[in-house]
Design a protein around this ligand. Structure first.
Ligand SMILES: [Zn+2]
Length: 354
């Protein structure tokens, strides 16, 4: 296996990215292409098992690839341990994460720990974790973003993904739009802290968000073409992160705000939804066109206010005040932190709170 944290930085990209209706039925071909046959270990979710997990199991079972399957309830360290132990017990040769995000995160980290290849089969497009080399895992009440091996392949069945609740797709758009402020933060850190910067990664990340911003009306419920746009954008963001060798191109102050919200009000809203709202406010702080971000999210039908996130106004302010402490080594527009007056001003002016 290729090491991810060696002395030199490697660009790890998925080898096969298959996007389209009913591509789940290509699972065997993808496995064959990767020379992965016997010994599949499938990690899936409670609901996603019926929709996709069982399909993947049956397809691999039919061709004698002796798959094993487990249902993981949450993206926690305990579930990662459990899945890794089961995969080892079954003498598995590779892992497949089939689900909306949690199962993918669990499978991704378990595969990295076991030093085995990993295939991502998302059933929703709500964040870029479906392609990225990071796993978001809960541990002892805290959410951690852990460096893992990028998936060898991504199989995104747009038919399955378009039957997931629209809210998830809209959240995925929030995660894509956050590339704007992430890149601005990265440029700032490059100028002020001489942090390594990749023009290619930044350009790809910005362009990905731009495509979505240019035609937000293309994202609608029950539309297969909308799913295709969002999935490709998430893949593109993942590639930008792989080129950079860090999450910098797609994660800046807006993500720190979202992580801060997770701490202040656990399980409040979806990651992408919170990042979208964060992008509006961080764009204001950058002096950019925050109104356009807000407008775009409104057209897509993603939340733009605390109320729409289902969060009390005071939590937004609390999160704004601690966001800079989330990843102190990651320099952003939040600098050493906002004063409470400044936090209130940005939240009110952007109408995130009323
Ligand atoms: Zn994200």
């Amino acid at each position: 296996m290729i090491p991810t944290q060696g002395k030199k930085k490697w660009m790890q990209l998925p080898r096969d990215v298959v996007v389209g209706p009913d591509v789940i039925y290509d699972i065997k071909d993808v496995c064959d292409d990767l020379k992965l046959r016997e010994g599949a270990f499938i990690v899936t979710g409670n609901n996603t098992k019926k929709i996709a997990g069982d399909v993947v199991f049956d397809l691999l079972d039919e061709c004698g690839y002796e798959p094993a399957i487990t249902v993981s309830k949450e993206a926690s360290m305990a579930e990662v341990k459990k899945a890794a132990a089961q995969a080892q017990e079954a003498n598995s040769k590779y892992l497949i994460g089939v689900g909306s995000g949690k199962s993918i995160d669990v499978a991704k980290l378990a595969a990295t720990q076991l030093d085995l290849p990993f295939i991502s089969v998302p059933t929703a497009a709500s964040h870029d974790g479906i392609v990225s080399s990071r796993a978001s895992i809960h541990d002892k009440g805290k959410k951690a973003s852990i460096e893992v091996n990028a998936p060898m392949a991504v199989i995104a069945d747009t038919h399955i993904i378009s039957s997931a609740p629209y809210r998830l797709l809209a959240a995925g758009c929030g995660d894509i739009i956050s590339n704007y402020t992430a890149v601005l933060d990265w440029e700032l850190a490059h100028r002020l802290r001489n942090e390594p910067f990749s023009e290619y990664a930044a350009a790809l990340s910005r362009m990905t968000a731009q495509i979505l911003m240019d035609s937000p009306e293309a994202i609608k419920p029950d539309l297969e073409s909308s799913v295709r746009i969002v999935v490709k954008a998430l893949v593109s963001s993942g590639v930008a992160m792989s080129i950079a060798g860090s999450s910098r191109p797609a994660s800046g102050s807006e993500h720190m705000f979202s992580h801060a919200l997770d701490m202040v009000v656990p399980n409040s809203a979806l990651h992408g939804e919170q990042c979208g709202v964060g992008t509006i406010m961080m764009m204001y702080l950058h002096g950019g066109d925050w109104k356009k971000i807000k407008e775009c999210l409104e057209i897509i039908g993603a939340p733009t206010t605390a109320k729409e996130l289902g969060i009390e106004d005071r939590y937004i302010l609390e999160a704004l005040l601690v966001a800079h402490e989330i990843r102190p080594e990651r320099y952003t527009i939040l600098g050493a932190g906002l004063t409470s007056e400044a936090a209130e001003k940005v939240a009110r002016l952007t109408k995130v709170i009323s």
